[in-house]
Structure formats: structure tokens, C-alpha cells
Design a protein around this ligand. Structure first.
Ligand code: GAR
Length: 204
């Protein structure tokens, strides 16, 4: 039985597409059993439809608070049959139920714990890296806890920051790293090779 994955997104779904493509060419032993978006009408939902993956929308802005939103969100996730929840440009705070501790992963477009946290997403991250003058950036895959971009780190990949970089050119380089390490991390989990002790993640 391949690992059953539910993907959560809020936007264009390039991260979802990368996972769909890896599975299609046999490079990832997982099955995406569902996609949930926290925003209506985003292209990520269309990508799910084109790939024949069941999709649902739980619009964050329709809820008064995180608790009410998460109640419906988790109803959808559980209904789709998830072994693992994969955040793919998901811009809302997810609460982690006891039975999903270390069963939710996220990719962040920087080397956490730098340039991360609430409101640090997408281009804001790359602008902050350039403004600070950092010489390296990269991508991080980590387990999700109850804080933004905070849980135990599974994989990181560095990229250089070049003198003539703009947020766009840096984003391209970081996203290439994301496209490499996110499916890689998933494959390690699918193969049962990942163990977590506190904040330390070990790959066997
Ligand atoms: C990705 O670059 C991902 O690193 C970032 O959102 C983008 C999603 O793109 N995630 C975060 O910033 C999380 N803090 P997509 O919607 O096209 O998949």
C-alpha cells in the first residue's frame, strides 16, 4: 500500500504539481488521496481536477477563528484518508491533533530558523534575505508543530545568494531546491526511514 497523502494548499499549486509529476513517473511511492484548499478558485484546485484527485475547499475567510476553521479542515482531511498531510503553499495556521503529531510536513523557502514565521512566505522571504545581505539561502522540509515554520527539520538544501539577485531570481533558485527535496523527504517517509527524537530527525 503506497503512503496516502492529503495535500493542503492556498494558491497556484506548483508544489502539488511537482508531487503529482514525481508519482506519475514512478519516482515517489505515494498516492495523493485528496487536496484541500483554504481559498476558493485557486489554480491548485484545477491541477487536482486535471489529475483526477478529489478536491475540497475550506475557505479560511468564512470562519471566525482558527478553531472553527480547523474543525472543518480536519473533517475533510480525515474523510480523504491521510497517512501524511503535506502542506504545499498552505497559508493558514493548522492545528496539530495528537494523532497527527509528526505526520504533517511543510516546505519553507529559506533555511529555518532564519527568515521564517508568520507572514514570512513567498516573495517576502526572498526580499528579507536580500535586504539582510545573507550569502546563502535555501529550502527546508520540516514536520509541522503548532507554530509557523518551526517543527523538526527533515531536509535542507542550500543555494547561493548572488550579487545581482532579485527576489525573482533567488526565488527561482530556491524553488528548484524545493522541487528536489520535498519529494525526496516524502520518499524517505514513505519508505519508513525517518525517525524523530525531540527536534532531531534521523534518516536510516
Ligand atoms: C512555495 O514556494 C513554498 O515554499 C511556500 O509557498 C510556495 C507555494 O507555491 N511556502 C511558504 O512560504 C510556507 N511558509 P505554490 O502555491 O505554487 O505551490
Amino acid at each position: 500500500m503506497p503512503l496516502r497523502v492529503v495535500v493542503l494548499l492556498s494558491g497556484s499549486g506548483t508544489t502539488l504539481q511537482n508531487l503529482i509529476d514525481h508519482i506519475a513517473r514512478g519516482a515517489l511511492d505515494a498516492r495523493i488521496t485528496g487536496v484541500v484548499s483554504s481559498r476558493a478558485g485557486v489554480y491548485g484546485l484545477e491541477r487536482a481536477r486535471l489529475a483526477g484527485i478529489p478536491a475540497a475547499t475550506v475557505p479560511r475567510k468564512a470562519y471566525a477563528d482558527d478553531a472553527a476553521f480547523n474543525a472543518d479542515l480536519w473533517r475533510e482531511i480525515r474523510g480523504m484518508g491521510a497517512d501524511l498531510v503535506v502542506l504545499a503553499g498552505f497559508m493558514s495556521l493548522i492545528t496539530v491533533p495528537e494523532d497527527f503529531h509528526n505526520r504533517i510536513i511543510n516546505v519553507h523557502p529559506a533555511l529555518i530558523p532564519a527568515f521564517c514565521g508568520h507572514k514570512m512566505y513567498g516573495h517576502h522571504v526572498h526580499e528579507a534575505v536580500l535586504a539582510f545581505g545573507a550569502k546563502v539561502s535555501g529550502a527546508t522540509v520540516h514536520f509541522v508543530d503548532d507554530q509557523y515554520d518551526h517543527g523538526p527539520i527533515i531536509l535542507q538544501k542550500c543555494v547561493p545568494v548572488l550579487d545581482d539577485d532579485t527576489p525573482d531570481t533567488l526565488a527561482d533558485r530556491v524553488q528548484a531546491a524545493e522541487r528536489e527535496i520535498y519529494p525526496q523527504a516524502l520518499q524517505l517517509i514513505a519508505g519508513g526511514r525517518v525517525t524523530v527524537e525531540g527536534r532531531r530527525v534521523r534518516v536510516r
